[in-house]
Design a protein around this ligand. Sequence first.
Ligand code: RRO
Length: 311
Amino acid sequence: MSISTATNIAGVPLASYVCNASGPKCTSYEELAELGRSKSSAIVMKTCTILPRKGNPEPRLAHVGKNRLLQSMGLPNLGYEKYIGFSKKLKKYGKPVIASIAGFTLDEYDALAHAFQKSDAALIEINASCPNIKGKSQIGYDFGQMRDLLSLACDRGGKPVGLKLPPYFDPVHWDIMSELILEYNISFISCINSIGNTLVIDPWKRSTVIKPKKGLGGLSGETIKPIALANVQAFYERLMGQVSIFGVGGIMNGIDAFEFLLAGADAVQVGTSLELEGAGCFGHLDAGLRTMMEYHHFSSIAEAKGKLSYL
Ligand code: RRO
C-alpha cells in the first residue's frame, strides 16, 4: 500500500506530517539550516522579539526524567530583523519557513506581524503563550488582551496567521478561545505550548533544578501528551475544519503522532524529541507514523484525520 504523510497547514503544503516546534535548536542560522537539511517538513524559527535577547540566567534547562524537560529559557533570540533575513536564505531548502513572534506590548506584536508579512516566511505563528518572562502573564490566559491582540495582529497582508496557545484545562476556555479564533479569521493554531510555571525539585540537593523564577519553568515531553491531545480534540471539534491545527506536546514516537492525527491535528511539531534526539527524530517519527497508518489501512492524512472513535 502506498502511504502519504503529506499534509497542509492553512493551504501551505508540507511534505510530511512532522516538523520542529519553535524552541529547541532553531535560534541560529546554523541550527535552522540543519532543520532545512533534515526531514522536518517545515523550518519553524525560534520565537523572536523586536530586540535581541540573551534570555534568562543559567541553568535554565534541565532533563527531568527520561522523556521530559523543564526550561525557562526566557526568549533568547537574535532579534526579528535577523529572522526576516533567515527566512529568505532558508528558501533554498524548498520547504515552508514559519516565523514565530512575541511582543512585550500589543504594539510590538503588531509591528512584528507587519514585518513578517513582508518576509519570505510562509506562515506567521503568534506566540501567545510564553510562560517564562518574569512579571508577564501568558496572554493566552487573558481573553480580553487576546481580543485586542487579534484585532491588531491578524489580517496584515496575505500570509496566514496562526496562534501558539497555552494548554487549557476547562471546556469554557476552549469555547471562548474558539469563538475568538473564528471571529478573527485565524488560519491555524499550534497547541500546546509547554505547561508553564511547573516546579521540579531535586530532593538530594534540596534544590530547584533551574535558576530563573525560583525554579518554575515550562514542562514538556511525554507527561504533557494527554493534555495536548485533549486540547487538539477540543479545538478540532469546535473549529469545524475551518482552522488548521498543529498538534504539539510529548510526541516521542510514531504512535504518539498517530494519536494526534486521530484527535484531529493536520500536522505535528516536535520540541522535546528534537532536543533529546537531534534532527534524526523527524525521519524516525515519520516512519513510525507510516507503520501505524498501514496497520490501520489509512493511505493518507486526510483519510485518518479525526477518526477517533468514542465508547
Ligand atoms: O523561550 C522560552 O522560554 C519559551 C518560549 Br518563548 C515559549 O513559548 N515556550 C517555552 O516553553 N519557553
